[in-house]
Design a protein around this ligand. Structure first.
Ligand code: ZN
Length: 221
């Protein structure tokens, strides 16, 4: 069963909620997907059944085409945020972690062509492995956090929050204008370039600045 953990793998006393994801938040990824920067943040959601622990093996569907890694900074919400100012957002975050927005790319391409929603490609069970969360108070510079995803000992994705089109705080304020974020919700803040297919047996390493490094592997199920 999933529950929120801190960076020492101790349980956090917050409920489990929805996951709100943003697309196209790094220019290099916008370019690699041959798409455009959205005028308003491009938002979609994953249900609670998408959540699982990044420390456990990453389960990808074996029979549904390519499953891509999208490594992202994940933000755990502490306070209810509705039409929140940036100041309120700053005080309302529990902490920062990393997550994978696992994406069934072939299915997503078909859905995009048809103009259909992305949930079949993005919201499947275990499509959102997340790390433990570092308390926000221990992270002085949200706007200069680097993170890396390596697959089989090769760096595949390297990001820094300074390269976000929408920074963490303003992004969350904007989300809270469209729908309320509740205590225990997670915001996934977009992926940098380097998305590619994961395969059964891949070794995966995710690191967040000097805060933690997680080693896991991929299992096709
Ligand atoms: Zn994503």
């Amino acid at each position: 069963m999933y529950r929120h953990l801190d960076n020492l793998d101790l349980p956090i006393d917050l409920p489990i909620g929805k996951v709100v994801c943003v697309g196209r938040n790094y220019l290099d990824h916008v370019r690699e997907m041959n798409t455009k920067v959205s005028e308003q943040a491009l938002l979609f959601m994953k249900p609670t059944t998408a959540l699982c622990h990044l420390q456990q093996p990453i389960k990808i569907p074996a029979q549904r085409g390519q499953c891509h890694n999208e490594v992202e900074i994940a933000v755990l919400i502490k306070d209810r945020l509705c039409n929140a100012s940036e100041e309120t957002v700053s005080g309302g975050l529990w902490g920062i972690g990393m997550g994978l927005d696992l994406t069934l790319r072939d299915i997503q391409s078909t859905l995009k062509q048809q103009g259909h929603p992305w949930e079949r490609a993005k919201a499947f069970d275990a499509s959102c492995p997340v790390s433990g969360f570092v308390p926000a108070s221990q992270i002085p510079a949200l706007q200069a956090l680097s993170f890396t995803l390596s697959v089989n000992n090769e760096v595949r994705q390297q990001g820094n929050t300074k390269d976000m089109i929408r920074g963490i705080i303003s992004l969350i304020a904007e989300i809270s204008e469209s729908f309320t974020l509740e205590s225990g919700d997670i915001v996934m803040t977009g992926t940098p370039s380097g998305v590619a297919a994961l395969h059964h047996g891949d070794n995966v390493e995710a690191s967040l600045d000097g805060y933690f490094l997680i080693q896991t592997n991929v299992v096709a199920v």
